[in-house]
Design a protein around this ligand. Structure first.
Ligand SMILES: Cc1ncc(COP(=O)(O)O)c(C=O)c1O
Length: 428
């Protein structure tokens, strides 16, 4: 044990992190907190401070931290060897579970992260169509590949369909292969697809973009436009898969894409993600089916890892329990409703946007329809609100409350009291 008193446990680690990690972080979250453990819907930092956790590891922990069934499944696998590179029973069974659950999934290829899944989904669409360009939406998050980091979060949005790189280090040439469209604008997409149809390999979209639900008819319009122009439609379901419904956003919104990507929930808190979809497109991962010319090279040391797959299977079993999604949605609905009521009571202009398992507030009096409308939100107020909540024992990402099946009535009450007190301070 360190000689530091209990209250200094965290600051020592924060200082060490600043020395050895760029920015003092793993790149994901603020460097002033170090999480020690999680159980159910709560986490504790290194000082022992307890939080109701709406960060949920950025989404994977839908059934709660250290769920006994998931822990037992992972521990059983760990004791028998943690990775083999070759096929293993748990990965095969997880692929079968995905094919049963997800409407578009005829076949599955595993990778380790959502970023990879999106990269390969775009590549599969290119291999299938033998075209190069991908249409993505401004504000759409598809991981960290060169292609995905185009107009994810431009500070000053440009003119559609011009991509704006989000990162240093991306070759200029990548811009030429991306077409950027506004989310929730079917007419704009139709015009862009018509214009680029001979070069367009695919359309990739978060069917629920960050915290923005699709406008009625938007996903149906995408489906129709993609079909009419022979362009594969890719749903990035890394967040929405097994969260909005057991069959993901495609079940929840009733629109079936040609390919989808999955991550987060399917790994049960371990690194695992997948590309899933139509067998004729997935065939490009199989040299035997498509030959050398059409073959999409894809290998990964930890792909289909048995510990991750077993944890994922155990997670899906919890989600199949009767009433699981009813409870998840009831918790989220109650939280969203209370937050709306409190904002109204304190006279704060704001929109609570999202779906019950995943939502947040944007401080603006205008409805949220796309990335540009989120930019009209008061970012400074958002930061202050999140900081006030952190002080009051609520942990969340910059912009997302991830609701867990493990959140209890007590967690809800605690959250509502923290909102009340933080909004009072914000309104003062
Ligand atoms: C919609 C979406 N796609 C892809 C990713 C990338 O997943 P990963 O962080 O596992 O690479 C994320 C991560 O948050 C995501 O939200």
């Amino acid at each position: 044990m360190s000689a530091l008193p209990e209250t200094d446990m965290q600051s020592g680690l924060v200082e060490s992190a600043k020395r050895v990690l760029p920015g003092g972080t793993f790149g994901n979250f603020s460097n002033d907190i170090v999480i020690r453990e999680g159980r159910g819907g709560r986490v504790w930092d290194e000082n022992g401070k307890e939080y109701v956790d709406f960060l949920l590891g950025s989404g994977p922990m839908l059934v709660g931290h250290a769920h006994p069934a998931v822990t037992a499944a992972a521990q059983a696998r760990i004791a028998q060897g943690t990775t083999f590179f070759a096929n293993n029973r748990w990965g095969i069974e997880l692929a079968e579970a995905i094919v049963r659950a997800v409407p578009c999934a005829e076949q599955v290829r595993f990778v380790s992260t959502g970023s990879e899944a999106d990269l390969y989904a775009m590549r599969a669409a290119r291999a299938f169509t033998r075209r190069d360009k991908i249409l993505k939406f401004e504000g759409g998050y598809h991981g960290m590949s060169d292609y995905s980091l185009m107009s994810l979060a431009p500070r000053r949005p440009g003119n559609f369909p011009q991509p704006i790189p989000d990162s240093a280090g991306i070759p200029k040439s990548v811009r030429d292969d991306m077409v950027i469209a506004p989310f929730n604008d079917g007419d704009a997409v139709a015009a862009l697809v018509r214009e680029h149809r001979d070069e367009l390999a695919g359309i990739i979209v978060e069917p629920f973009q960050r915290i923005i639900p699709p406008a009625p008819g938007f996903l149906q319009a995408l489906r129709r436009i993609a079909q009419e122009n022979g362009v594969p439609l890719i749903f990035d379901e890394v967040v929405t898969g097994f969260r909005l419904a057991y069959g993901g956003a495609q079940e929840y919104y009733g629109v079936v894409p040609d390919l989808c990507t999955l991550g987060k929930v399917i790994g049960g808190g371990f690194p695992l993600a997948a590309i899933a979809g139509r067998a004729d497109i997935m065939a490009h991962f199989d040299r035997g089916k498509v030959g050398d010319d059409g073959f999409l090279m894809q290998v990964g040391t930890l792909s289909g890892n048995p510990v991750a797959a077993a944890a994922g299977l155990a997670t899906l079993e919890v989600l199949r329990e009767p009433g699981a999604y009813d409870r998840l949605f009831a918790t989220g609905r109650e939280l969203m409703g209370t937050l709306r009521d409190l904002l109204r009571r304190y006279g704060i202009a704001a929109q609570v946007t999202g779906e019950p398992p995943l939502f947040d507030v944007v401080f603006t009096d205008e409805p949220i329809r796309n990335y540009r409308s989120t930019l009209r939100g008061d970012a400074d107020k958002m930061r202050r609100f999140n900081a006030l909540l952190r002080e009051r024992g609520i942990l969340k990402g910059e912009s997302k409350y991830y609701v867990s099946l493990a959140h209890t009535d007590d967690d809800i009450r605690h959250t509502e009291a923290a909102w009340d007190s933080a909004l009072k301070a914000l309104a003062a």
